[in-house]
Design a protein around this ligand. Structure first.
Ligand SMILES: Nc1ncnc2c1ncn2[C@@H]1O[C@H](COP(=O)(O)OP(=O)(O)OP(=O)(O)O)[C@@H](O)[C@H]1O
Ligand SMILES: O=P(O)(O)OC[C@H]1O[C@H](OP(=O)(O)OP(=O)(O)O)[C@H](O)[C@@H]1O
Length: 205
């Protein structure tokens, strides 16, 4: 049995569609229900629907053998897993953004609101800028508008959220996309099954 951690939310359907296309379907997933575990007995796979930011934990700990996760989560959580493939969707960027008329005050630490504390800390350490990081869990763009922070460090895709809140990108940091990951020992002991899935996905990407 191969356990597959699928991210709920924005990547969810895309990832499931990928598995469906290579013959690992479980039609119940698309039904309107609250189930979190779905099985395809014939193919001997089980889908686990988890929060995107938890995929790495399930795969590292071996509750899932493989999974799909945004590179943002890998950079933030640094799970001890193998990254086997860039799936090429879920593309966006990490960026620092601030008010369109932003003027930095170098006499004090820069206040940064973000969901990604580790990524932010690493980035600002590398620039030697003193910062105060404020952890938020969503709607990050609201922080500089309310004066909670000077800037934000967040994901930008189309830039619409920034634009509609009078913010702009100040600095682009890294490219992000969805990655296929595997538990290290599963990759050894279930290598044939996992490689079969990787190969099938590569063929349709
Ligand atoms: N605007 C976006 N455009 C493209 N990809 C995105 C965008 N926002 C997030 N992503 C990618 O999709 C993944 C899942 O995002 P989603 O918004 O579904 O969950 P989340 O709200 O970040 O997770 P959680 O509920 O755990 O906080 C992210 O980890 C990232 O890799
Ligand atoms: O550049 P854009 O195309 O506008 O996309 C960027 C937005 O998408 C993500 O938010 P999400 O929709 O996940 O909401 P949340 O983080 O506020 O929960 C991200 O945190 C930005 O707010």
């Amino acid at each position: 049995m191969i356990n597959i951690a699928l991210p709920k939310g924005r990547l969810g359907n895309k990832v499931y569609d990928l598995f469906e296309k290579i013959g690992y379907e479980s039609s119940e997933i698309k039904e309107d229900n609250r189930k979190l575990i779905f099985e395809n007995e014939k193919k001997n796979v089980r889908f686990l629907l988890v929060k995107p930011s938890d995929v790495g934990v399930y795969v590292e700990k071996g509750s899932a053998d493989i999974g799909v996760v945004g590179r943002d989560v890998l950079l933030e959580e640094n799970p001890d897993v193998y990254e086997l493939m860039d799936l090429g969707f879920g593309k966006c960027k990490f960026a620092i953004a601030g008010p369109v008329n932003f003027k930095e005050n170098f006499d004090r630490p820069l206040v940064v609101a973000t969901k990604y504390l580790n990524v932010s800390k690493r980035y600002f350490d590398s620039t030697n800028r003193d910062v105060e990081l404020i952890k938020l869990n969503g709607s990050i763009e609201i922080a500089p508008i309310l004066g909670l922070s000077d800037v934000i460090m967040d994901i930008v895709e189309t830039g619409t959220t920034l634009k509609e809140n009078n913010l702009k990108v100040l600095k682009t940091i890294e490219d992000i996309s969805a990655r296929f990951i595997a538990n290290k020992s599963s990759y050894r002991f279930k290598n044939e099954e996992i490689e079969k899935i990787v190969k099938s996905i590569k063929e349709i990407l």
